[in-house]
Ligand binder design. Structure first.
Ligand SMILES: Cc1cc2nc3c(=O)[nH]c(=O)nc-3n(C[C@H](O)[C@H](O)[C@H](O)COP(=O)(O)OP(=O)(O)OC[C@H]3O[C@@H](n4cnc5c(N)ncnc54)[C@H](O)[C@@H]3O)c2cc1C
Length: 755
């Protein structure tokens, strides 16, 4: 996470990582506006590029060829990336309501969330069809459809409803791919039957006659049955009924009809057109809400509507970015002139395409290669990001801040150190008042009866475990960071087998105007409180100051029975070593800082980091584990060495069994390691067969420092398999037996690594 030198004055929030917003991110990345914080909320870490979707389905492109990595692009743009779904808007308090996380405040909002085929207007469709958008959900379904087709015996019927360019193209791509897969497995491709339904009298009704004729011929040659001039009026499981009364039994129904809008736009009070799309002026600004912009499928240009097409969404990126910037700086907006028609390059699945624009028409293999060149060139702009020089502190541009705000910022610059760096009492009170620590009888004086310190009772028969941890944020999302930091701090208590009782928070929030400081603090503590609540630990106090970087830590108290403590020194020869989470967070986040990590790698790493070790610890105790530690800054090998020394044993570690996070092997192979790694690597001298194992590409991962890592524990050989099974059931899917404890030998190097 970057040090924030210029205080944040305004929040520009983008909903949806569509074709227009990728351009906004790139442009703001190339030319940031100091004092403006960007946040992207998108459910996908990788957004599909519509032009390459049929080619991806047909198998001509890889996932990465056809998707833009929103994680890396956001990092480039200096934007916070929240992988989440916006469910509604509160325009009065200017907040985006999201699924399972605190609402996100905005000063300026832009929506580019696309559309989905409308299933609501046909009875039974919502429950029985697969809409082709959102595309990533469809792609998940496509993966399972391929498997089903390959396993299926007898005839299978696939119906596509909607015969525009999208429906026709996707059907031909699906057919091409399925037949190829069946051929490869020497199975009968003639068992598959395809139907294409169109309510219009002809397929591809918005294209010229030559294009229509050409596709008619291709579809006929490829034995696709076409039903035109009749609309589907009812869908039930495996059945379609048309307005003219025809019925079709089918096994799979894909829905590629006209685009529909989500209901939450109108519910939020935005002015929408008759189909529910946001009405925008020729500046892409909402007709009803001046601080909301919209582009792509989700928007309709007032008096100038255009087809819902990726081409228009792409074209709107540049004017959208320009007007968002001008709006932030208080400048007049510049109108945007949409083109009337556009060139469509529609493929037939088999590396053959047809070009169509008004009356223009050409076809052939060369057209497909032309399209391929255009699409790859477009993707390169977003997936090959340039290195930008680090900016020094930049002054605020004119027009961004009001006089009052400028006064507030001048006051920030004059702030004292020492106690003067504390976050103001009003801000703190507002942010903390909403926190509801779990009530505990043993907390006598806690957060909401403020005194000089908390007073806590130790229940009879228990002893107390104390620990403290704190670190600066490695991600830009304060809510997730709050969760991770709390998890990391609680890890030590769980590793001892303790039950968290109370916690004191120590937080640093980047300097800023009051409302931004309050928002960051609220988001971060909401995340942390979720972990504390799950742990049953009461937040009893803390200290919050302003500083250059976001950081959070906790001093945690835990309770434990004196004779049930899991110690580092409890390894016994013959025990199996278990690891409950995959490793690799150090290298992955180092790569993320350099824009070298894929969004899905970071998303998967974050999933493990927000997972508490609580249930794992209790499961290990139930399986009579005597030795346990949490894997954090010293890396797997560093923590293992601590256990070996304390237990006076040797260990055989199986590198092939150690679970690694997706992408960690790639980033380490690229030479990207955490800044802490060199210190950890000194412990390689503990490895007996270093010469041999040191050559292995995975070896550096043994030293990778972990944030909120899993538990490393020993369990007797007879309990180990059962314990792993139960840990997996509890959600620790990556759990593995990674080695065996051996009696201590005379050699200086206690660890042998199997490769
Ligand atoms: C099969 C098929 C093929 C097509 N082929 C072409 C083609 O070749 N050329 C062409 O120009 N057009 C094509 N289209 C049309 C094209 O897909 C759309 O017009 C285009 O994707 C719209 O782009 P957009 O930027 O508005 O939104 P999208 O590309 O749909 O992107 C929106 C993003 O926002 C996310 N999102 C949505 N709602 C939310 C929310 N509430 N919170 C957070 N995130 C959200 C989505 O998951 C998605 O990542 C095709 C469509 C289909 C169905």
């Amino acid at each position: 996470m970057k040090t924030i030198d210029t205080p944040i004055i305004k929040d520009l929030v983008l909903i949806g990582g569509g074709h227009s917003h990728v351009a906004v991110l790139k442009r703001f990345g190339m030319r940031p506006v100091p004092g403006v914080r960007l946040t992207l909320i998108c459910q996908d870490a990788h957004t599909p590029y519509s032009g390459m979707l049929p080619g991806y389905v047909a198998g001509h492109y890889s996932f990465d060829d056809a998707h833009i990595d929103l994680g890396a692009l956001s990092r480039f743009a200096g934007a916070r990336f929240y992988q989440n779904y916006a469910t509604s808007l509160d325009t009065k308090i200017q907040k985006v309501i999201c699924e399972g996380r605190p609402a996100v405040s905005y000063d300026l909002l832009s929506i580019n969330s696309g559309s989905t085929p409308n299933t609501a207007i046909v009875h039974g469709a919502a429950a029985n069809v697969v809409p082709v958008k959102p595309i990533n959900r469809f792609l998940g379904h496509w993966a399972s459809l391929k498997e089903r087709v390959l396993k299926h015996k007898g005839t299978m019927r696939i119906a596509v409803v909607g015969a525009g360019a999208g429906g026709t193209e996707i059907l031909l791509a699906i057919q091409y791919r399925l037949e190829k897969l069946l051929n490869e497995e020497e199975k009968n491709k003639n068992n598959l039957r395809y139907y294409l339904f169109s309510q219009a009298a002809e397929i591809l009704p918005t294209h010229n006659q030559n294009v229509r004729k050409c596709f008619q011929r291709v579809l006929t040659d490829r034995k696709v049955e076409m039903y035109t001039g009749d609309s589907i009026v009812e869908v039930s499981s495996g059945k379609l009924r048309t307005a003219k009364g025809a019925e079709f039994e089918v096994d799979e129904i894909l829905w590629v009809t006209a685009a529909g809008a989500p209901f939450w736009l109108a519910d939020a009070g935005l002015q929408v057109d008759k189909d529910g799309f946001i009405q925008v002026k020729n500046t892409l600004q909402s007709v009803s809400h001046p601080n909301i912009f919209a582009a792509g499928d989700v928007a309709t240009l007032l008096g100038n509507p255009r087809a819902k097409s990726g081409v228009f969404a792409v074209r709107q990126g540049k004017p959208l970015a320009r007007n968002l910037r001008r709006m932030l700086l208080g400048k007049n907006l510049v109108p945007f002139k949409p083109q009337k028609s556009f060139l469509s390059l529609i493929s037939t699945g088999d590396k053959y395409a047809i070009a169509s624009r008004r009356h223009f028409f050409i076809k052939g293999r060369a057209v497909w290669y032309w399209k391929d060149w255009i699409d790859r060139r477009f993707m390169k702009k977003y997936n090959d990001l340039p290195d930008m020089p680090e900016e020094d502190q930049a002054s605020l541009p004119n027009g961004l801040a009001s006089k009052e705000v400028i006064k507030e910022i001048s006051a920030i610059a004059m702030r004292c150190g020492g106690c003067g760096a504390k976050v103001g009492a009003t801000v703190l009170a507002r942010a903390l008042n909403n926190l509801k620590p779990v009530p505990r009888d043993d907390v006598i004086i806690g957060l909401h009866e403020p005194d000089d310190a908390a007073v806590v009772e130790v229940p009879n028969g228990k002893v107390v475990v104390h620990t403290v941890d704190s670190f600066r944020a490695m991600i830009d999302d304060p809510y997730l960071f709050g969760k991770i930091s709390a998890n990391h701090s609680f890890g030590d208590i769980y590793a001892m087998g303790g039950e968290p009782q109370t916690a004191l928070a120590i937080a640093t929030i980047p300097f800023g105007i009051e409302e931004k400081v309050e928002d960051t603090l609220t988001q971060m503590m909401t995340g942390a409180m979720e972990i504390l609540d799950e742990a049953g630990a009461a937040l009893v106090g803390g200290h919050t100051s302003e500083g250059a970087e976001l950081s959070l830590g906790f001093a945690v108290n835990g309770l434990i029975d004196r004779d049930r403590v899991m110690r580092k020194g409890g390894l016994r020869p013959g025990d199996k070593l278990l690891l409950t989470k995959p490793i690799g967070t150090g290298t992955l986040f180092a790569a993320d800082m350099r824009h070298k990590a894929k969004g899905r790698w970071i998303a998967a790493a974050l999933d493990t980091m927000v997972q508490s070790n609580r249930r794992a610890a209790y499961c290990l105790m139930d399986h009579k584990s005597l030795a346990c530690t949490d894997v954090t800054g010293f890396g797997l090998l560093g923590h293992l060495v601590e256990m070996i020394r304390a237990s006076e044993v040797d260990v055989e570690l199986d590198l092939r069994e150690i679970p690694f996070l997706d992408g960690a092997e790639e980033t380490v192979r690229a030479g990207i390691v955490s800044s802490l790694q060199p210190q950890n690597v000194r412990l390689r001298r503990a490895v007996e067969n270093l010469k041999h194992v040191g050559q292995d590409k995975r070896f550096p991962l043994l030293f990778d420092p972990q944030t909120a890592g899993g538990l490393l524990a020993s369990v007797s050989a007879e309990n180990a398999e059962e314990c792993v099974k139960e840990l997996k059931t509890l959600g620790y899917a990556g759990t593995k037996i990674i080695g065996t404890v051996l009696p201590q030998s005379n050699q200086l190097e206690p660890i042998t690594v199997l490769v």
